[in-house]
Design a protein around this ligand. Structure first.
Ligand code: EPZ
Length: 417
């Protein structure tokens, strides 16, 4: 089993250059299927989730070439419309390919994405929206058989929940539909705006991304383009937590602070000194972190659920108790048992977790339960007295590029085994 070994309580000091946002690259790679030409995507992180998306593109007939952090996708000759189970299971968020494949091929056959470590991942909002756009969907035998021979037709869609994935699927299906589509109660995440920017650079007409009302005027076709992905705000939050728990100082380069306001304000309330200068965000940690009474995760622009796990590790060594209320995913607290093995004092009840700050965590042998839970274990290990071994790091490799190398460069004692 491969893993990380960490000797904790080393102050982190230095600079980190953030990689491109995983949750932006994935829908953008789906969007390259709608472009009947070449899309050059810069600032593409080297992550296993991105590799899984590339496999899907190649399976459908696109040619993909990676040079460092630039992916060139030639989707001129895409014939396929089926994503096999093995590829769908490799990455749950492959559902975001559904809208793009239907837009390009007038149909799609995907196996229903299973749940994931965060709990059941329903796709009812995706399905009902695509049906509103004129797609007939047969969901039998764990397969989504989608057909739309008369082509997609623009319509008004109201989401009962501002689902990120559903918003992305609707945009991707609607960009070349006949007529106009309006999404009410759309997700407002920066990754939605980044997807819209990419599509508009290829000739689409998507207005209002970043607000809760998005209007997509269907165009005939999308043409070759080039796009640079926004920085990863959850990677940013993770490194800020890592520096904060070690009493260190860190500067994130190429960081959009406006994507992180709830995280930055929480860290300030915990006693950190935060300075923003253009795309540099600097954090100076206090000697001891202070509690924050309540952290409530919400859809953007609220506190991001993905930052909740590393932030929980941070508050497990703060002075006093903090309460987390998780409003997005059922199983976000799966990592709590592993944190408690390290001496954290976290009790959960449904979607509420109370974190009673302790003076020190102690090194232990722990295992990742999910991507951001793994990030929480790394933050906790950096704070802990002694040695921590972290197993099942394949979860971490899904969303963090060069984590060990970056932390070592900051002064952490961390090795891969
Ligand atoms: C995206 O997931 C992100 N993933 C998640 O990041 C992120 O936590 C989440 O948005 C919220 O910000 C990617 O972008 C690849 P949702 P997504 O649809 O699209 C329920 C990470 O760690 N729901 O907004 O799946 C759903 O069950 C990942 O990088 C329905 O009920 O999120 C969940 O409770 C984890 N029916 C809530 O909405 C639906 O049809 C939020 O889901 C769709 C969603």
């Amino acid at each position: 089993m491969s893993g990380f070994a960490v000797v904790g309580q080393k102050k982190l000091n230095g600079f980190v250059n953030l990689h491109g946002a995983k949750n932006s690259v994935l829908p953008i790679l789906a969007g390259t299927l709608v472009v009947e030409g070449v899309s050059v995507i810069h600032n593409c992180p080297q992550l296993s989730d991105v590799e899984a998306a590339v496999k899907i593109l190649e399976h459908l007939g696109a040619q993909v070439e990676r040079k460092g952090h630039t992916l060139t996708v030639d989707a001129t000759y895409v014939e396929g419309c089926e994503i096999p189970d093995v590829l769908m299971r490799e990455m749950r968020s492959s559902i975001v390919f559904l809208g793009a494949v239907i837009a390009r091929r007038k149909g799609a056959v995907l196996s229903s994405p299973g749940g994931c470590e965060l709990g059941p991942r329903p796709i009812d909002l995706h399905i009902s929206a695509l049906k509103d756009l004129g797609v007939s969907i047969d969901e039998s035998g764990g397969v989504l058989d989608c057909r739309c021979f008369n082509g997609l037709k623009g319509t008004e869609i109201t989401l009962s929940f501002p689902s990120v994935g559903a918003t992305e699927n609707i945009i991707l299906a609607a960009v070349t539909a006949k007529g106009t589509t309006v999404i009410h109660n759309a997700a407002r995440e920066p990754e939605i705006s980044d997807l819209a920017d990419f599509l508009n650079s290829a000739g689409a007409n998507v207005q209002g991304a970043g607000s809760d009302r998005i209007e997509i005027k269907g165009v005939k076709a999308l043409f070759s383009t080039e796009h640079t992905v926004i920085p990863d705000r959850i990677e940013a939050a993770t490194y800020l937590c890592a520096a904060a728990v070690t009493g260190g100082k860190i500067t994130l380069q190429n960081c959009v602070s406006g994507h992180l306001t709830p995280v930055l304000s929480t860290l300030k309330s915990a006693g950190c000194n935060i300075m923003v200068h253009n795309r540099n965000v600097t954090l100076i940690a206090p000697a001891r972190l202070k509690r924050v009474p309540v952290i409530r995760t919400m859809p953007y622009p609220g506190f991001p659920t993905d930052a909740g796990s590393p932030m929980m590790a941070l508050f497990s060594v703060a002075e006093g108790s903090s309460m987390f209320i998780e409003n997005i995913f059922e199983n976000r607290f799966r990592i709590v048992d592993e944190l408690n093995r390290m001496g954290a004092k976290i009790t959960t009840n449904g979607r509420v977790a109370v974190v009673e700050g302790v003076y020190n965590l102690s090194g232990a042998n722990v295992e990742c339960t999910d991507l951001r839970g793994g990030a929480a274990l790394v933050v906790a290990a950096l704070a802990a007295k002694g040695v921590t071994t972290i197993g099942k790091i394949e979860h971490i490799n899904r969303g963090y590029e060069n984590l060990v190398e970056n932390l070592e460069a900051l002064g952490a004692d961390i090795t891969r085994f």
